[in-house]
Design a protein around this ligand. Structure first.
Ligand SMILES: [Zn+2]
Length: 172
């Protein structure tokens, strides 16, 4: 059903080298998840979670297909991680996401006690990890979340911009 409402995706998956597992490596995998979102008719946002150098979760935005406003890539990846690790405290894990987390997902990053959140593209209107607000800097929080941004920003920004530009053309 939703696949018809989005334009064909002009981007190819990235092929990160498994030899260097740095931020860029994991973000490339998140980028590939975003492409999967696009292919299934969703706004292209993807996320992966790293724990102990391994990928323990990979998810993409599924709001349309799941008909669930909470089915953001980060929420799904956090749930997958908790199932994989066998508990809800995700200390030691890092989430990589192609777009800055919204208030709901920023909240989930803190509630799940992730050690770190890394995003590619900032969101000045809804981003709650620096773009519109620094939720993680709230002095009353009892968990400190490390945040990094700008990893693979140009590629992820290009994907989002292209998606919305093509979709506008299509809708007109
Ligand atoms: Zn979100």
């Amino acid at each position: 059903m939703p696949a018809k409402t989005v334009p064909p995706c002009p981007f190819a998956p990235m092929r990160p080298s498994y030899l260097s597992r740095d931020d860029e490596f994991f973000m490339k995998l998140a980028y590939n998840q975003a492409l999967k979102a696009w292919a299934s008719g969703e706004v292209p946002v993807g996320a992966v979670v790293e724990y102990g150098g391994e990928i323990v979760a990979a998810a993409h935005n599924m709001v349309e297909s799941a008909r669930d406003p909470t089915a953001h890539a980060e929420m799904l990846a956090i749930t997958q991680t908790a199932m994989k690790l066998g508990g809800w405290r995700l200390n030691g894990a890092t989430i990589y996401v192609t777009k800055e987390p919204c208030p709901m997902c920023a909240g989930a990053c803190v509630m799940s006690r992730l050690t770190r959140a890394v995003y590619a593209v900032e969101d000045p209107s809804m981003g709650f990890l620096g773009g519109a607000m620094k939720f993680h800097d709230l002095s009353t929080l009892n968990h400190s979340l490390q945040v990094s941004s700008g990893v693979l920003r140009e590629d992820c920004l290009k994907m989002l911009k292209t998606f919305f530009a093509l979709k506008r053309n299509m809708d007109e």
